[in-house]
Write a protein that binds this ligand. Structure first.
Ligand code: A2P
Length: 283
């Protein structure tokens, strides 16, 4: 059964557009990824977010091939694992990109992201130059970054004049990233939220979310996703559970009012769950 409500698209700075809800596959083992992505595509997701380091591009690609959805109706994102064992050269970026395309079984991706900035070295600048070439030759329809901070965003834009269309960052109500989202707005960058549900941990038991969910006859996860949508984020919730995969796409026929949005935004405690981009440099 597909979800009836269409997912709105968000227009990117380069004129392309991305569905506002996508399906994330972080921590889904490759052998489970075929089943999970198949469920998502059957239910109606058209945006799939993977990465070289997730080790599940093969399963993702197999599910895409088997689903038979026309390629131009899909939005496929993957990410360069710009590992710490530099130096990173243009040719190395191209080699890694080709390997991702091979694993996915695709001849282009809709979005290619630099996975982490690793600001303690300057490789990200060389990598972004190479990304602009991948964009120019059409094999990466759009290019962006992940986990970048304002300084690195401004540096790569100054270097190349090319704005990353997306910065995919950790965002959930208790880690709302208000200042970084403001910088994105200033620079014309779309905010894409990873771990949008706070990894399904304590956040979803919050009493404020429970109250709002009850008022709308929805789950706390759906309320959180509604918050993302209404503040303008793209979100990529992950689940391997079919009824949750369906639930997470079924968020387009109710709306939070201003007081509810404010109450959810007030949950921000700066509770970062993942790596800190300023220091992340492993692997
Ligand atoms: P599972 O994969 O077992 O269904 P995030 O996207 O923030 O990283 O969150 C992913 C986590 O949240 C996973 O553990 C996932 O569990 C859980 N999850 C995903 N969707 C829902 C939902 N609708 N309700 C409750 N938990 C969910």
């Amino acid at each position: 059964m597909t979800v009836a409500n269409p997912v709105p698209n968000v227009t990117l700075d380069d004129g392309n557009s991305i569905p506002q809800i996508g399906f994330g596959v972080w921590q889904v083992p490759d052998d489970e990824c075929f089943t999970a992505v198949t469920s998502a595509l059957t239910i109606g997701y058209r945006s799939i977010d993977t990465a070289a380091i997730y080790g599940n591009e093969v399963g993702t690609g197999r599910a895409i091939a088997a689903a038979g959805v026309p390629r131009d109706e899909l939005f496929v994102t993957t990410k360069l694992w710009n590992s710490a064992d530099g130096p990173w050269t243009r040719d190395r970026v191209f080699t890694e990109f080709d390997a991702s395309l091979d694993r996915l079984g695709l001849d282009y991706v809709d979005l290619y992201l630099i996975h982490w900035p690793r600001p303690m070295r300057e490789d990200y600048r060389t990598i972004w130059q190479a990304f602009t070439e991948l964009k120019a030759d059409g094999r990466a329809r759009s290019i962006g970054v992940s986990n970048f901070q304002p300084e690195q965003l401004r540096t790569i834009i100054a270097d190349t004049g090319v704005v990353p269309v997306i910065n995919q960052i950790e965002v959930h109500p208790d880690f709302a990233q208000t200042e970084l989202r403001r910088v994105h707005d200033e620079l014309g960058i779309v905010t894409e939220a990873w771990s949008p549900l706070g990894q399904g941990r304590g956040l979803l038991d919050d009493p404020t979310l429970a109250r709002i969910a009850l008022e709308h006859d929805r789950s706390p996860a759906q309320v959180v996703l509604r918050w993302h949508l209404q503040i303008g984020n793209v979100a990529i919730p992950k689940s391997v559970t079919p009824h949750r995969i369906r639930q997470n796409l079924d968020v387009f026929d109710f709306e939070l009012d201003a007081a509810e949005l404010d109450a959810i935004s007030a949950l921000d405690t700066g509770n970062r769950l993942g790596g800190d981009p300023a220091t992340f440099d492993v692997g």
